[in-house]
Structure formats: structure tokens, C-alpha cells
Design a protein around this ligand. Structure first.
Ligand SMILES: [Zn+2]
Length: 460
């Protein structure tokens, strides 16, 4: 928690409201050629309810509003909702959602910029490159994951991350995230050495936080983990991760600094990816710590753009996920705040808890879970959890929650007050908040596939 407080102190986040230049309304009238760039921030899988949960959590642990909350309080920011369906489902996945932004058409879930009949659609990074505009992608997932890939790649299956890693070369100017297994010759199925290919093409390559800080100006590839970057909650408990893996705000600062450094226009996507993963796992602590990490990145962006009125910033999500919500607890809901405040005591993500339990060294599951979460499972709960871990039949009427993490999420819900609808994406519209030139385009209900046309017109 301390490192976040330090970041906030440096930023003076309490005063972030004053950082947006008051000329923002004039900025709306800028000609497209005067618009320097677009920062597109994605809280992946953020159900609308996360806005209030993260605000309450921020007030509890960092004694201030989230940046997003502060932006919503301003009269001169634009508020909208994203209509998020895909071509073949009311519920989109990240591949179809990002493709709709990246190429302007709704595609089937699982596909990236490929139509249901197999036609390849030009991703926005390619279109912008022809105009001399740079693209950057920053994510806490593998950098080849669906949301960054939707801006820059074509694959019939989102699983084909090896292909995505090769497609980025010379197409995307800046890439920061995880996924070394898709670049490393020892781990790729075709044994290609993408590190060498990127270096030969003029990219500076960084593999840890110190190397990221030292990267000179120019094209950049920063890959900081074999797969996804760790959950922020687990990162805080691990000195080696803290030292070596940069936080999203640090990657965002380096990326935006590079984009502003050159006199060239840009599109920069910054994704907090693990919010979605935590929601799939019904892990409220993992989710809220990562949502605040995204909020720290938003704070950095606001701070860096404080004296500018020529950059459009859009903050949104691609779809909801499992719709976490805080239930009123106790008689007249009087115990609600007390329950919610217990989330701050949880010290491990469900991913970490699961991997510890799977390692087979934990003999007393209930004691272990109490140590990590503060919640002591009763005998029935411990029995059901053990049975579920062994794939034995359990009584759970919501099939989406009939997994060890689904059970643990519900059991912890008795402790924290937070409940979940399932463990998968949902159809809800997502929030959009925007400021800067042309931000009024994102007012009201916006179809996800219309975002593409807006971005191309803003960067005309
Ligand atoms: Zn997801």
C-alpha cells in the first residue's frame, strides 16, 4: 500500500481536479490536424458497479477519491455508455470488443479483426501508420492478448498469440506488457527469435523495470513476465516482483512520455487487463487493487497532459464481468461498511491462493485461507471447498459458480458483503469518460464499433 501512497503523494492526486487545463472547452474546437494524439484507457472487464466499489476502496485505503470519480464530478468531462455486443452474441469477449474498436465492425467472439466469413479487416494501427501516426500498446496481460491485439493484428483465433507477436513488428511503435513466451525462441513453436528481430528493426528491448527506465527514445518492446503481469495485490507482497515488474502507471508514463517526446501524432492504448481476470475468479481484493492500479495510470496521464489541450483521453471498458456488487449487510444494512472494510485485509489474490493450494503443501486449508483473507471457513464451507477442489459433486445451483473459486468468492462474500452474478462476461453497457478535443463524440450511448470511425476522424 505504501508504494501507491508514494505515487499519489508525488502526483498530489488530491488536487487532480485542478490539473485539467481550463481551456478544455476551447479544445473541443480544435481541427483534427491540431490534435496531437489519443490516449485510450481500458479497464478490461469492468462492470459498472466497480466504479463505486473502487471509489469506496480508494477512500478507505488511500483517503482520496479515485481519479475516475473526480473526472465524473467535472462539468467539462464527457460521460457516456458503450453498447458492447459482438457479431454473434449479446455478450462480447475481449477479442470481438477490441476488434470493433480496431476495425469498425463487430466480429464473432474469439476472432481478432476477421469477419465471420473470413475476411481480414485492416486494424487501426495499419491505417494510422499510412498516415505517419504512431501506435503504442500497454497492458498488464500478455501484450499479445486480445485487447491490445484488436488495435493491430488479424487472427482467426485469439489464442494465436505467437502470430500476433510477429504481426506487431514494424507495425506498432511501442509495446509494454507480459508474454515473453511468445517472443522467446526457446518457447515459440517455430523457434523464431523475436528479440533479435525486434532489435534488428530498431526497437529498444527491456525485460525488467530498470531496463524500461533506461530505454532510449525510439521504438520500444518491453516484456516483463512469461505470461500476464502479476496481480497488483500479489506484486505488493513480493519484493522481487516489486523490483522487476513495472506497475501499469510506470509503463503508462514511459509510453506517453515517448509519444509526447517526438513531434508525431499518436494513438496509445493503456489496458488494465487483470481486472477482468480477477472478476472471472470472483476475487474482489485482486480486482480492486488492479482497478486502483489503473486509476494510478489515469492519474499519471492527467498529470502529464496538465499543460496541454491537444490530446483526447478516453477511459472505458470492453464489457462487464460477473457484476460484483456490495450487498447491504446486517439489520438496516448497518454492518455494510464494516464488512466492506475487510477487503483491505486480504493479502493474496485467488490466483495465488489457488496456486499455493494446488502445490499440495497446505495441510489446513481453512487456516491458510484465514491467514490470507481474514475469513475462517466453517466446517461445511471447508468441506464443500475441498470437495470442489477434488472435482467431486457439490450442491451449487448457479452452475457458473460451481468451481473452487466460485465457492470461495461466495463464502468470502459473507465476510466482505460483495456478491457476484457468475464468473463470465455480461451484456451491460460499460462506462465512458472522456476529456480533451473532440471528446463530445463520446457523449451518451456509443456503439463499440463506432469508436473506430471516431478515432480515425479525430486523427484525420
Ligand atoms: Zn474475460
Amino acid at each position: 500500500m505504501n508504494d501507491r501512497r508514494d505515487v499519489l503523494k508525488q502526483l498530489g492526486i488530491g488536487g487532480i481536479l485542478g490539473l485539467l487545463s481550463s481551456g478544455k472547452t476551447h479544445a473541443q474546437q480544435k481541427k483534427p490536424s491540431q490534435i496531437r494524439g489519443v490516449v485510450f484507457i481500458v479497464s478490461d472487464g469492468m462492470s459498472p458497479g466497480v466504479l463505486t466499489l473502487s471509489q469506496a476502496f480508494s477512500q478507505q485505503i488511500r483517503k482520496t477519491d479515485t481519479c475516475w470519480w473526480q473526472l465524473l464530478q467535472r462539468q467539462d468531462t464527457v460521460k457516456g455508455l458503450m453498447d458492447t455486443a459482438s457479431a454473434n452474441s449479446l455478450v462480447t469477449d475481449s477479442a470481438a470488443a477490441s476488434s470493433s474498436w480496431g476495425s469498425g465492425q463487430r466480429v464473432n467472439n474469439g476472432m481478432i479483426n476477421v469477419t465471420p466469413n473470413g475476411t481480414f479487416l485492416e486494424p487501426i494501427a495499419v491505417t494510422l501508420q499510412k498516415r505517419g501516426i504512431r501506435t503504442g500498446l500497454v497492458s498488464t496481460a500478455t501484450i499479445t492478448h486480445a485487447t491490445p491485439a484488436g488495435f493491430a493484428a488479424n487472427v482467426a483465433s485469439r489464442e494465436n498469440e505467437e502470430s500476433i507477436a510477429t504481426q506487431y513488428l514494424n507495425r506498432v511503435d511501442l509495446l509494454f506488457g507480459g508474454g515473453e513466451k511468445f517472443f522467446d525462441p526457446a518457447k515459440r513453436s517455430d523457434k523464431k527469435d523475436l528479440w533479435s528481430e525486434y532489435r534488428a528493426a530498431g526497437y529498444g528491448v527491456a525485460r525488467n523495470a530498470a531496463e524500461l527506465a533506461a530505454l532510449p527514445t525510439g521504438k520500444m518492446l518491453g516484456v516483463f513476465s512469461e505470461g500476464h503481469l502479476p496481480f497488483s495485490l500479489d506484486r505488493k507482497q513480493d519484493e522481487s516482483l516489486k523490483k522487476n515488474v513495472p506497475e501499469l502507471s510506470v509503463m503508462a508514463a514511459k509510453a506517453l512520455g515517448e509519444m509526447l517526446n517526438k513531434d508525431q501524432r499518436f494513438l496509445l492504448q493503456i489496458e488494465g487487463a487483470r481486472i477482468d481476470h480477477a472478476a472471472h475468479l470472483n476475487d474482489i481484493a485482486g480486482l480492486l487493487h488492479d482497478q486502483l492500479a489503473l486509476d494510478d495510470a489515469l492519474a499519471v496521464v492527467i498529470k502529464m497532459l496538465a499543460r496541454r489541450d491537444d490530446v483526447l483521453v478516453i477511459v472505458t471498458s470492453d464489457h462487464g464481468n460477473s457484476n460484483p456488487g456490495l450487498n447491504g449487510m446486517g439489520a438496516s444494512y448497518q454492518r455494510t461498511n464494516q464488512h466492506f472494510s475487510r477487503i483491505a485485509d486480504i493479502s493474496a489474490s485467488f490466483e495465488k491462493i489457488q496456486s499455493d493450494l494446488a502445490a499440495g503443501k497446505i495441510t489446513d486449508i481453512a487456516a491458510y485461507i484465514q491467514r490470507k483473507t481474514g475469513y475462517l471457513l466453517d466446517q461445511k464451507e471447508a468441506k464443500a471447498l475441498r470437495a470442489s477442489m477434488k472435482n467431486e459433486e457439490i450442491t451449487e445451483w448457479n452452475h457458473l459458480l460451481a468451481t473452487p473459486q466460485g465457492l470461495l468468492g461466495q463464502m468470502l462474500g459473507n465476510h466482505t458483503g460483495v456478491g457476484w452474478t457468475g464468473s463470465v462476461h455480461t451484456s451491460d453497457p460499460t462506462l465512458i469518460t472522456a476529456f480533451g478535443p473532440e471528446s463530445s463524440r463520446f457523449n451518451g450511448l456509443v456503439k463499440n464499433s463506432d469508436v473506430h470511425g471516431h478515432l480515425l476522424e479525430v486523427l484525420a
